[in-house]
Design a protein around this ligand. Sequence first.
Ligand code: ADP
Length: 160
Amino acid sequence: MSIRAIYPGTFDPITCGHTDIVSRATRIFDRVIVAIAASTSKKTVFNVTERAAFARTALAEIDKVEVCTFDGLLANAARGHGATVILRGLRAVSDFEYEFQMAAMNRKLIPEAETVFLTTSGRYGYISSSLVREIAALGGPVTEFVHPAVEQALYERVRR
Ligand code: ADP
């Protein structure tokens, strides 16, 4: 049986932490679908088309991955892609409460899917898209945290 995992998120922008989770997931699942949320409660710096383009660039070297965008309920996107696993990444204990709540809600909305959490390598554990945006806005170095194409776009968009 082929197992497809969907990895939903805002990815504003995709970081090495996200990439690390995807690459670990491809060792477990047959296909990993990175699903970029078009409408999110977060105000994004990059629009959904830009976020998807960055994800495609950052993940180009990893096999068994595809990037898509979705609007509305994750449940519909998961079903549309035949995914039976919802993949999420955990950094620290602080992520846990929100992720636990989401997993419980998704179990109601998509009973046929299981949420699976992976943790990043320690060196990416403290990276978040918001922190990377903040550092870039202040003109700090983000080379270690994002793909070069993303770094360039970040400086152009957020540098104050
Ligand atoms: P969302 O708005 O859905 O939280 P994000 O793009 O911020 O979207 O994150 C998507 C997923 O990736 C979440 O499960 C988040 O915990 C995880 N994630 C983000 N950064 C990292 C990281 N550095 N290490 C591990 N997981 C991460």
